[in-house]
Design a protein around this ligand. Structure first.
Ligand SMILES: [Zn+2]
Length: 293
């Protein structure tokens, strides 16, 4: 797997510190088959936060469940044997059972967001991004599996969710910081997002809603056989006279089947940018077409 080295950042892309001890940052984590590297781009403080709070939990818990469910072998990631769920029995007692990986519904593992506005698939509203958590029919299916295979007198099931949505958003933000920085080192866009990666803001006030705009998703569509299993694109888009900077993030596409987007207002001037990191080299396209009034 060849890697793609971008221009050195020479400061921590997350906190902005300029130090002589900066490490190479994998924009998409190495453990998720990321190949884009930003040399001299993270300080040890930020690295510790990102490793401990974002990457490690994601790789060892969430992705490990995917790997097990989708049969992807790995020597370095321990294979989890179950998804713990709590079952309430008909007599009112509670019981913990461990769902085998083959019984874990896919919808319990992958967060879905609304489609990105530039696709114009939905009216452009200012409503909060909604994460699709398993709905009633999926919960009913799960209860059915539990009754049939594990616990005939189960009344309700409560899943200890294998991923934390906020952690997932921080991961998408962390990846976006590197791409935003590379796309526009001087615009301070990366620094702004970097703060939200580090600060662990308590953004989720409700289990099913995120009052944090700017995350979108679409089903992953393979465009070429040369696409690596994890890759990213940064691009600008004009929408209703406003200029936005997007990242498109494809993680372990064969497992996830979902493309994620993050969007923030662009502070870049000049032609619209588009940078693809798909192949072994970075490709930059510029587009002069812009509908800003
Ligand atoms: Zn830092």
């Amino acid at each position: 797997m060849c890697s793609l080295n971008l221009r050195a950042a020479d400061r921590c892309i997350y906190c902005g510190v300029e130090s002589s001890h900066l490490s190479t940052e994998h924009v998409i984590p190495h453990s998720l088959a990321g190949r884009i590297k930003l040399p001299r781009a993270s300080c040890s403080n930020c690295q510790t936060i990102i490793n401990n709070e974002i990457e490690e939990p994601f790789v060892t818990k969430i992705v490990a469940i995917h790997r097990a469910k989708f049969g992807i072998k790995s020597r370095s990631i321990a294979k989890p044997k179950f998804l713990p769920i709590e079952v309430e029995l008909s007599d009112g007692h509670a019981k913990k059972i461990h769902l085998a990986e083959t019984d874990v519904p896919k919808s319990y593992l992958i967060p879905f967001f609304i489609p990105p506005p530039f696709l114009k698939l939905k009216p452009n509203t200012q409503t909060p991004v909604t994460v699709k958590l398993p709905g009633q029919s999926e919960s009913a299916k799960l209860l059915d599996i539990v009754k049939r295979k594990y616990c005939p007198n189960a009344n309700t099931v409560r899943v200890e969710y294998p991923f934390n949505v906020e952690q997932f958003l921080r991961l998408l933000s962390k990846i976006s910081v590197g791409l935003f920085f590379d796309a526009s080192p001087q615009s301070a866009i990366a620094a702004q997002v970097g703060q939200s990666v580090l600060n662990n803001p308590d953004r989720i006030t409700d289990a099913e809603k995120l009052y944090y705009e700017g995350f979108y998703s679409m089903p992953y569509v393979k465009r070429s056989n040369e696409e690596p299993i994890s890759f990213a694109i940064a691009f600008e888009q004009c929408e209703n006279g406003k200029r936005w900077l997007y990242t498109e993030i494809n993680l372990l596409t064969n497992m996830y089947g979902t493309t994620y987007y993050m969007r923030i207002p662009s502070k870049i001037t000049g032609p619209l940018i588009r940078v693809e990191y798909i192949k072994s080299r970075k490709q930059t396209f510029t587009d002069l077409v812009c509908d800003i009034a």
